[in-house]
Ligand binder design. Structure first.
Ligand code: NAD
Length: 260
């Protein structure tokens, strides 16, 4: 039901972004993949998605920590496919450390990638979406856009910012068929989570097993990690025609985390 649509998914060479790209392609949209990683693996991912779904899949290597690259991702996508109907701002990184030891450059990178990149891609796509009377902007925020945890100052600040940006864009797009929503996952088992276990263990003086049980899953009443497919299914719904009245929302998929 998304055939004829063009989707740009940032940070889609891995984890949640790749899951969303696969699901949008499965629903019929042509997709622009973006992110870091080994070029051969990425080319294989493009081929797999396009073979699975019969849609066009291309890759753009924009480094979204750079505002010019973020804008150019949209410019190149429009040049390639003629338009962008669905924009998924998903690229993000994490850094775990006490505030007094939190490196300035990690703060700057996380704000640039997790927050400002979404502003720049939205700014570059918004006028044409309004003119087309159709647009679906989906920002992958986090449960950490709604509540905080210690040792994640930059990430929590950026994700709260993404939700504020989401609401503003929703209001500006509302009369033009352009929706903007934030998806707020709890813990999903991806490389981003795997990579923070050791630093969390260090910051809290715990073992890896204790971090998984007593920090990560302790936050999540369901006591299980969500799967990328669950996040992707909501993104597909928001992108569909049925999603047209959902806008400005911050939608948790967090196993009940933000309920308490
Ligand atoms: P991941 O590490 O598997 O994927 C991150 C993606 O971002 C990769 O494709 C990576 O190449 C890309 N990326 C990193 N730096 C980039 C840059 N400078 N320019 C362009 N792309 C870049 O992580 P994930 O868990 O799939 O995270 C995806 C999003 O979901 C992030 O915004 C993250 O904050 C959010 N999130 C994740 C979880 C979780 O538990 N995994 C929970 C809530 C929110």
């Amino acid at each position: 039901h998304l055939s004829g649509r063009v989707a740009v998914v940032t940070g889609s060479t891995s984890g949640i972004g790749l899951g969303i790209a696969r699901a949008l392609a499965g629903a019929g949209a042509d997709v622009v993949l973006n992110g870091l990683g080994d070029r051969r693996d990425i080319d294989r991912a493009c081929e797999d998605l396009s073979n699975e779904s019969g849609v066009k899949v291309i890759f753009d290597d924009a480094n979204l920590a750079d505002p010019v690259e973020a804008r150019n991702l949209i410019v190149r996508s429009v040049w390639k496919f003629g338009k962008v109907d669905i924009l998924v701002n998903n690229a993000g990184v994490q850094h775990v450390n006490q505030i007094e030891n939190f490196p300035d450059e990690k703060w700057d990178t996380i704000i640039a990638l997790n927050l400002s990149a979404a502003f720049h891609t939205i700014k570059a796509s918004f006028g044409a979406m309004k003119a087309n009377n159709f647009g679906r902007i989906i920002n992958v925020a986090s449960a950490h856009g709604l509540v905080a945890s210690p040792f994640k100052s930059a990430y929590v600040a950026a994700k709260h910012g993404v939700i504020g940006l989401t609401k503003t864009v929703a209001l500006e797009g509302a009369e033009f068929g352009v929706t903007c929503n934030a998806i707020c996952p709890g813990y999903v088992w991806t490389p981003l989570v795997e990579n923070q276990i050791d630093s969390t263990a260090m910051a809290r003086g715990l073992t890896r097993e204790e971090v998984i049980r007593d920090v990560l899953l302790a936050a999540q009443p369901t006591k299980r990690f969500a799967e990328t497919e669950e996040i992707a299914a909501l993104a597909v719904f928001l992108a569909s025609d049925s999603g047209k009245s959902i806008t400005g929302a911050a939608l948790p998929i967090d196993g009940g985390w933000t309920a308490h």
